[in-house]
Design a protein around this ligand. Structure first.
Ligand code: DGT
Ligand code: CA
Ligand code: CA
Length: 578
């Protein structure tokens, strides 16, 4: 059994939490916390460290007692001390520690004096007015705790990136109004373009923190200011989203930006790299001893460890530091690289704009081509097309292509993959189209083998050009269906089929990890809007984000090709080409 450094760190962290609630000796608690932090940041595997004959006692802050505990965890995956502490106190007490305003002393008091064991019980106690009478609490504290508990308990899932973007952009604009706020960046997972965000992390470069904090808490969408200080604040917005603000001086902005952009795993790996060069990186700068050698820009921080700047989307500790070191960072695809869009709907099915309106929007976006891909008849709720209605749309598109220049409208369909893997329209109909996008819209809970076989069969149809939203996930709503994506990607590769990165904010499918898998296997992806109205073309930005997180370059993308290069890539299978 291999116990990772992070698992050991988590055990020591929990020991520290539980000891602190018990009111144990502060030095003892700190020893566990420091050790946990050290293991988090250590690049070398603890197990390998011991296996190589190293002495644990040589690690800073590790005495014989801690060394024994580490050996115990490495050998058994458990720690008897933690087991005992868990038996001695309710399991959820450590959850209470995560609530702002509740430190170990207070959690201990709630437990001993009111028998509060969970955040829910604590909230009830606060609402019943039982907390105020405890020594060291009082009425105001009780109210603050009540509010913090309510927020803690209401923290639903994560927010989809596109929705978070609405808050982020308006908030950034709001803060840019403060005189002396030189730079405003929404960092964290938002800047890394993760498909969902837990909260927003706002970073501002300014001398006068107070003015920025004040403006921040005056944001019109605020529901609750959770905390507020000279250079930082936290608030919850009406929609439930939490926003953290940090104000830093300009000379630290780059270092703070690296820190708060994360990811945490990337930061830890970067800091370790710095340590190996005798440098220390934190949110204030890069230091050699007491001397600060970088920190004003992100570039300066990466340059201090001999690296080129790393795009935020790659900062997940998935090999980006190594690639940067070797000069092998990919040149990631950008929105401007897109020459068209290969998946959109109109009022003929469940879209909200007409063919003419959608085409005008595509032209305005500067596209060279634009595919209309309506649903097929099986999608009755979406008013899916029968062969007759599709034929009429084909005629309409032919007419538009003859009479309006500048944009080639491609004739397509988003055809349903039926239960057995056959398609919802006959081959004779599909043969008339420029591209056929095949999609699963039913029977999401087939077995892995069954689902994989079904999709593989659909790919065998020689008219299929593109597999739409390949995993079927709906963010925060529906898990991806169980399917062997590597097998599908390899089959697609063999058949010259492309995979979609559906850019709809509810989908973002393929996601980052599968994008990278497709790239590694040599399959092109199509970054498609799946627009149902003209505004939906804006989805493409989120598809680009997901593709960038998957290390995708312009060359890996089907719809960065010119029309002339694209058409053979769409047609090759039917012509019997490779
Ligand atoms: P989220 O909000 O769950 O979508 O994910 P993030 O990545 O935005 O995480 P968040 O908001 O907890 O923290 C923002 C950034 O701050 C994170 O990406 C890296 C940095 N950070 C937070 N905690 C730590 C830490 O314990 N160590 C290090 N090195 N960095 C941290
Ligand atoms: Ca965040
Ligand atoms: Ca945060």
């Amino acid at each position: 059994m291999s116990v990772g450094n992070l698992a050991v760190a988590a055990i020591f962290e929990e020991i520290a939490d539980r000891l602190s609630i018990q009111g144990a000796n502060a030095f003892r608690i700190r020893a566990y916390r420091n050790a946990a932090r050290m293991f988090q940041e250590m690049t070398q595997d603890l197990e390998a460290f011991v296996a190589a004959g190293n002495d644990l006692d040589d690690l800073p802050g590790v005495g014989p007692d801690l060394a024994g505990k580490i050996r115990e965890v490495l050998a058994t995956g458990k720690c008897a001390l933690l087991e005992r502490l868990r038996a001695e106190m309710p399991p959820a007490l450590t959850d209470l520690l995560k609530v702002p305003g509740l430190g170990p002393k207070r959690v201990g008091a709630l437990w001993h004096d009111l028998d509060v064991r969970t955040p829910e019980q604590a909230l009830r106690a606060a609402r019943d007015g039982r907390i105020r009478s405890l020594p060291g609490f009082g009425e105001k504290t009780e109210r603050n705790i009540e509010r913090a508990l309510a927020v803690h308990l209401s923290k639903a899932g994560r927010l989809k990136l596109a929705l978070a973007a609405q808050y982020a952009e308006s908030l950034a604009a709001h803060l840019r109004g403060v005189p002396g706020a030189d730079q405003v960046v929404i960092a964290g997972s938002y800047r890394r373009m993760r498909e969902t965000v837990g909260d927003l992390d706002v970073l501002v470069a300014a001398r006068n923190g107070k003015a920025v904090v004040e403006q921040f808490t005056r944001y019109p969408g605020v529901a609750d200011v959770l905390s507020q200080g000279g250079t930082r604040a936290s608030m919850r917005l009406a929609g439930g989203l939490q926003v953290d603000l940090r104000v830093v001086p300009a000379e630290s902005f780059g270092a703070a930006l690296v820190y708060f952009t994360g990811s945490k795993a990337h930061n830890i790996a970067l800091r370790t790299m710095a340590q190996e060069r005798g440098l220390r990186i934190n949110e204030y700068g890069v230091f050699r001893g007491k001397e600060r050698i970088a920190g004003e820009t992100e570039e300066s921080v990466y340059a201090s460890v001999g690296l080129p700047p790393i795009p935020p989307e790659l900062r997940e500790d998935r090999g980006e530091l190594e690639a940067a070191r070797l000069g092998r960072l990919p040149r990631l695809v950008e929105y401007a690289d897109l020459r068209g869009d290969l998946h959109a709907h109109t009022t003929a099915t469940d879209g909200r704009n007409t063919l003419e309106e959608m085409a005008a929007a595509a032209r305005a976006a500067g596209f060279e081509y634009f595919a209309i891909t309506e649903h097929s008849r099986r999608q009755a709720m979406a008013h899916g097309l029968t062969p007759e209605r599709l034929a009429r749309q084909i005629d309409a598109i032919d007419w538009m292509n003859r009479h309006a220049g500048g944009l080639r409208i491609l004739k397509g369909i988003e055809v349903d993959i039926l239960d057995d893997g056959s398609l919802d329209l006959p081959d004779s109909v599909l043969a008339r189209l420029d591209l056929v996008v095949a999609a699963v819209h039913s029977r999401f809970n087939l077995s892995r083998a069954g689902q994989t076989a079904r999709i593989l069969r659909a790919l065998d149809n020689p008219h299929v050009t593109l597999l739409a939203h390949p995993t079927g996930r709906l963010l925060e709503e529906r898990e991806p269906y169980d399917v062997d994506m590597l097998q599908i990607i390899r089959k697609a590769r063999a058949l010259g089929i492309h995979l979609e990165v559906n850019a709809h904010p509810d989908r973002l499918d393929l996601g980052d990890v599968h994008c990278r898998m497709a790239k590694d296997e040599g399959v092109l992806v199509a970054i498609n809007s799946d627009a149902h109205d003209t505004a939906g073309l804006g989805n493409l930005h989120y598809g680009i984000g997901q593709a960038r997180r998957g290390w995708i370059t312009a060359g890996d993308v089907l719809n960065t090709r010119s029309l002339k290069e694209l058409l053979p890539l769409l047609a090759r299978r039917r012509d019997g080409g490779s």
